[in-house]
Design a binder for this molecule. Structure first.
Ligand code: ATP
Length: 702
């Protein structure tokens, strides 16, 4: 869920989900801002701790371990702030530090100028002007006033310059880290990606990069400057006014910091509760809105509103606690500070009365200490946010430590496809160790042949592709392409050689042109259109109002299943690989379109005897393949041509028989696909056309 300024209890819970990958941008440098009640707060972070990606962070139990982990993160981050050999970044860091030092030096001058102005003006009040030299006081007081103004302006300019110069360093560090994490994520295997939650992942990246921004900016803009200022003020006070003043300041700072950290840790609980309730409210509302139709079908509006309101009630309760505990924090801080200021004033007043200090000194002490209260006001928030940032960054950096299971062999040569013969040799594989999909399975797909895999749903047909494409590694056995073990050649070359039209076509939320071009990013518009023609999708596209610029929606939800499949085929035509895998590639098409498309695929893609593998439940689609493999129980149960298999009294014949009995091409066996049934209705609708097309009904090799 998106962040919001959380110490403002009046902030409404947003109705919306978390950021998507597309919107998860690098955040701007964020500095604390002051809320209405005069106390600064930065936008609150989610502290719910429910994120599974945080488990690693949460498992650090002891304080020492946590500290070590925190230091590790800071060290890692510092490598980006002080990168080896990057002198431009280093120069910027040095300049920012120099500006920081200069700015603080100017800042502590302001009370000195104040002192001089007061003392000089005081002289004028106490003694009538020396008319022989009337300008002395004016000159001194006047220059001190100008100095006062210049010091203030100078401190401000230095601080703004430092912000501007350091922004570049911070943003570059964020970019470097984000790029390296993203590269690693794309290198991780399919198994990892299938088991993670996209929402949680993008949130982790988003929070982690925000954490970097916060950590860097708070160290450079807050912690270091405040520490520097406290040291300078203590030094000045003990030098100018004696060690008692410095001691009072030091004790005040210690008491203030202790109180703030303790109170902040206590109130973090309320903030966590508020965030958890907020997340619940958002999840409920998003779920209800997404399932709007279901809510209406069953008249459950009241039930949904009650659920939402229950979460909002919790949010209300915890937000009130957030606000009241903030009041306690503010009051405590104020009491500590005001007490200290009063003690200082008493000491200074005593000094004035004794004649060891001037009225100007009294004002200077007040001003010096008062100036410290400004950055200290931020301490509570900075402390809390720092802790949170460290947790978020640990999660982010932990992503980089996830092991890549399917690795490229460093010196592996590229795959050389000579004919496209594929061999599975004694392959045993299971997604889980206790459930095997293939057991000692062997088969050969002859070079340049057109083969099909059939069998009950879940028998492992799509898994063949996942193994061939090296999404997963077999537990034992080997897979070769033209005699080369696919583990011994480069991953990139294997994936380049194989093209797939998967069961569910992944489409980007972009226009049709982009989605087809994804098959070959450097293809020209004309080439994309030609591929679309061959995939029989150009006519549909030309009928759309926006043509090739039509957006397909998230995961292609704005176009039909059949259109999606044709876009996937057009993509494959552009990629033009040596080995083709069609996984139920035409299941969403009516028979007529399917026939046309298959004929096209046969004549254009397969004309140069590429190896093509088909997976289909509608056996008619694959009946003229060179070899048909029937899979069952993790092994090849039968193999041969359609006629061979029909001649046997095996599984294939019974599958074929059940489909012909139903007469609508429905899949049979252990698992029937619902979409098979849906499309078989289309088959009936096109039965006339089908009858006329019987001679071209099945794909044929030239
Ligand atoms: N990533 C995964 N993790 C765990 N199990 C999986 C995973 N992918 C697939 N499976 C399981 O492995 C088995 C084989 O899956 P596969 O997709 O290869 O079947 P299929 O024969 O292509 O099925 P269908 O005809 O329904 O498409 C199925 O039981 C499936 O549930």
């Amino acid at each position: 869920m998106a962040e919001r300024g959380n110490d403002d209890p009046t902030a409404p819970a947003t109705v919306g989900g978390g950021q998507t990958a597309a919107t998860a941008k690098i955040p701007p440098v964020q500095l604390p801002t002051r809320s209405k009640d005069g106390k600064e707060e930065v936008a609150a972070k989610q502290l719910d701790g429910n994120d599974p990606l945080r488990l690693n962070a949460a498992s650090k139990t002891t304080i020492e371990q946590q500290r070590a982990a925190d230091w590790d993160i800071i060290k890692k981050l510092m490598q980006h702030v002080w990168p080896k050999g990057d002198w431009s970044t280093k120069r910027r860091v040095l300049l920012a530090l120099a500006l920081l030092f200069g700015g603080k030096l100017l800042n502590v001058q302001v009370p000195f100028f104040f002192k001089v102005i007061i003392d000089k003006l005081n002289e004028t009040v106490q003694a009538p002007l020396d008319m022989t030299n009337p300008n002395t006081v004016y000159v001194v007081a006047g220059s001190a006033i100008i100095g006062y103004g210049l010091a203030r302006i100078g401190a401000l300019v230095f601080s703004e310059l430092r912000n501007a110069i350091f922004a570049n360093v911070a943003q570059r560090s964020i970019r470097r880290v984000a790029k390296s994490v993203f590269t690693h994520l794309l290198a991780l295997d399919l198994g990892w990606h299938l088991s993670r939650q996209t929402g949680g992942l993008t949130r982790a990246i988003d929070r982690g990069t925000k954490g970097i921004s916060f950590l860097l900016t708070s160290i450079v803009f807050h912690i270091v400057p405040t520490a520097l200022e406290i040291t300078m003020v203590c030094g000045i006070l003990s030098y100018k006014c004696g060690p008692t003043f410095a001691a009072v300041t030091a004790v005040t700072m210690a008491a203030y910091s202790w109180f703030t950290i303790k109170t902040t840790s206590w109130r973090t609980r309320f903030r966590k509760e508020a965030n958890a309730a907020d997340n619940r409210a958002a999840t409920t509302s998003v779920d209800s809105l997404l399932n709007y139709e279901a809510v209406k079908y069953f008249n459950n509006e009241k039930h949904e509103v009650d659920k939402y309101d229950a979460a909002m009630k919790d949010y209300e309760k915890s937000s009130v606690k957030v606000a009241t505990s903030l009041a306690a924090l503010n009051s405590g801080q104020n009491i500590i500070f005001s007490t200290s200021l009063t003690v200082m004033m008493l000491l200074a007043a005593q000094g004035v009365m004794k004649g060891t200090m001037t009225v100007g000194d009294l004002v200077m002490v007040n001003q010096l200490v008062f100036q410290l209260s400004l950055p200290l006001n931020f301490l509570g928030t900075v402390y809390r946010e720092l802790r949170q940032s460290l947790v978020d960054m640990e999660t982010l950096f932990n992503l980089e430590n996830v092991d890549v299971k399917v690795k490229d062999n460093p010196d592996a040569p590229p795959l050389r496809v000579t004919g496209g013969e594929i061999k599975f040799e004694n392959v045993t594989f299971g997604y889980h160790p206790d459930r095997s999909i293939f057991t000692d399975c062997s088969f050969t797909i002859p070079a340049g042949s057109k083969v099909a895999f059939v069998g009950p749903s879940g028998c492992g047909k799509s898994t063949i592709f996942r193994l061939l494409f090296r999404f997963y590694e077999p537990q034992s056995g080997r897979i070769t392409i033209d005699g080369q073990d696919i583990r011994d050649v480069s991953l990139d070359s294997v994936r380049k050689a194989i093209g797939v039209v998967p069961q569910d076509t992944p489409l980007f939320n972009a226009d049709i042109m982009h989605n087809i071009r994804y098959g070959r990013l450097d293809a020209s518009d004309a080439e994309v259109q030609h591929a679309a023609q061959r995939a029989k999708v150009d006519q549909i596209v030309s009928n759309l109002p926006a043509g090739y610029e039509t957006k397909v929606g998230e995961r292609g939800l704005m176009i039909s299943g059949g259109e999606k499949q044709r876009l996937a085929i057009a993509r494959l035509l552009l990629k033009d690989p040596e080995i083709l895998f069609f996984d139920e590639a035409t299941s969403a098409l009516d028979s007529y379109t399917e026939t046309e498309l298959m004929r096209n695929i046969n004549t254009t893609l397969l004309d140069n005897h590429r190896t093509a593998i088909f997976v289909a439940h509608r056996l008619r689609t694959i009946s003229n393949c060179d070899v048909i493999f029937v899979l069952r129980g993790g092994k090849v149960l039968e193999k041969g041509t359609h006629d061979d298999l029909m001649a046997r009294d095996g599984l294939y014949r019974s599958l074929w028989g059940s489909q012909s009995t139903i007469g609508i091409g429905q899949g049979a066996g252990e698992g029937e696909h619902i979409h098979e049934h849906e499309h078989s209705v289309k088959d009936v609708a096109h039965s006339d056309v089908q009858a006329q097309q019987s001679s071209v009904d099945s794909p044929r090799r030239p």
